[in-house]
Design a protein. Structure first.
Length: 123
């Protein structure tokens, strides 16, 4: 059965890494509480492969003072994603209000929802 994945590419100023980690850790706990199957916040490391012309840092116009993240959340289905995200957003709106301050430039936050085509899991 194909899962559904929300994927993100974003930059975080190096001086904001601790604040972002705190928010991401809380977000992970809330998404998992409401039913996400997996949650990852991945820090860019090998971002300049010679064989690739359009890298994540180029795509998102990363500055030397920023760290690039590739993050994703896995769900059972798109319907599950929609239900879980509604609960998560209500949770954060109740806790922080509608204008939660983020330590990232949300204008350069790339996002998309994807149905998996090929999957594998170790047993």
């Amino acid at each position: 059965m194909a899962t559904y994945v929300d994927g993100f590419v974003l930059t975080v100023p190096k001086k904001q890494l601790a604040a972002y980690k705190k928010i991401a850790t809380e977000a992970r706990d809330i998404w998992m509480k409401y039913g996400a199957l997996d949650y990852k916040e991945c820090v860019g490391e090998d971002l300049k492969p010679k064989q690739v012309k359009l890298t994540f840092p180029k795509m998102i116009a990363a500055k030397p003072t920023e760290v690039v993240f590739f993050s994703f959340i896995v769900y059972k289905s798109k319907a599950d994603r929609n239900k879980i995200n509604k609960q998560v957003m209500a949770h954060f709106e109740k806790k922080y209000g509608k204008d939660m301050k983020m330590p990232v430039d949300m204008r350069r936050f790339a996002y998309g929802g994807f149905t998996s085509l090929v999957e594998a899991k170790k047993k």
